[in-house]
Design a protein around this ligand. Structure first.
Ligand SMILES: C[S@@+](CC[C@H](N)C(=O)[O-])C[C@H]1O[C@@H](n2cnc3c(N)ncnc32)[C@H](O)[C@@H]1O
Length: 279
């Protein structure tokens, strides 16, 4: 508490010194804009100061929240802190809810990485469910694709793939009590033989290569392996992933897709249906 107050005081002193030097300069340059900004900054500063001196909001994790609520156990099986390349916490929750609601017995994931999402697929599915997960072997370089596909997607894909060299494909699920539910496949999703799974998969998670070409191919295969009643979930629908955005928007002209609010997840349900209150 003392340190935080000391830091705040130093920050205020720094701000005062800064303003004493800069106020005359900006006032002279553009007085109207300066007064507007200065007033706004001043009000923000007062509010921030008030907040930093006031009570800090206590944080609570899911287990703590459950204890606080004392209500029904939501049966969320979430574990491990996510890192760059993984689904995030909200997405983990969304996936847990989808799987617990839908109860798929056969699941397929494209893009295992360290096994973070695989673990959540396995833990939230029924006890007799099997999760197939596919990843490019670690020694397989992504550099072959560099000249063909989107450069931005290529760079973030390369970074994730390179990280596997320090870790191991599926390390997290392998070390968990859900390991027996997972079948690891190694290969390139662009060349993998999906035919043994045709019409059998009830939940498919697409989070492998992020280029338009990968999305197109992985989605075609996911549609093919999907059972009569099934779900496909795509990851990374956001501004940063232009190929994914472009691909999914184009796909939404043909199929009913939903973006799960507060996440980068998009879902397709088979048979297709409309959410209550939406048209
Ligand atoms: C973003 S990570 C997956 C993250 C994981 N789903 C999670 O949330 O924990 C993408 C993974 O896809 C793999 N990958 C990239 N291109 C692939 C391809 N063509 N076939 C199979 N796996 C691929 C990469 O090696 C990387 O491990």
């Amino acid at each position: 508490m003392f340190i935080s107050r000391l830091l705040t005081l130093l920050y205020v002193l720094y701000k005062i010194a800064f303003n004493i030097l800069l106020v005359p300069y900006y006032l002279f340059k553009n007085s109207k804009l300066f007064i507007h900004h200065y007033l706004r900054n001043f009000v923000d500063g007062v509010i921030n100061l008030q907040l930093s001196y006031g009570r800090h909001i206590e944080s609570v994790d899911l287990v703590g929240l459950q204890a606080l609520l004392g209500g029904p156990n939501p049966h969320l099986h979430l574990q491990f802190a996510n890192q760059f390349g993984n689904i995030n916490f909200q997405e983990g929750i969304a996936i847990a809810y989808i799987i617990q609601g839908f109860k798929p017995k056969a699941l397929f994931e494209i893009g295992t990485f360290d096994g973070f999402s695989t673990y959540h697929l396995a833990k939230n599915s029924p006890p007799d469910a099997i999760v197939h997960t596919l990843n490019l072997p670690v020694d397989h370089s992504l550099s072959d694709y560099a000249h063909v596909y989107s450069l931005v997607e290529y760079h973030s894909d390369t970074e994730t793939h390179e990280r596997l060299k320090e870790s191991e494909i599926g390390k997290l699920y392998k070390e968990s009590d859900a390991a027996h539910k997972v079948v690891q496949h190694f290969g390139n999703s662009l060349e993998f033989d999906f035919s043994p799974f045709r019409g059998r998969i009830e939940f498919c998670f697409i989070d492998g290569g992020h280029s338009y070409h990968h999305l197109e191919s992985d989605t075609r295969n996911a549609m093919d392996i999907l059972a009569e009643r099934g779900v496909i979930v795509w990851h990374d629908y956001n501004v940063q992933h232009r190929d994914i955005r472009r691909f999914l928007r184009a796909l939404s002209l043909k199929h009913k897709l939903y973006h799960i609010e507060g996440t980068r997840l998009v879902i397709y349900l088979k048979p297709e249906r409309t959410a209550p209150g939406k048209s």
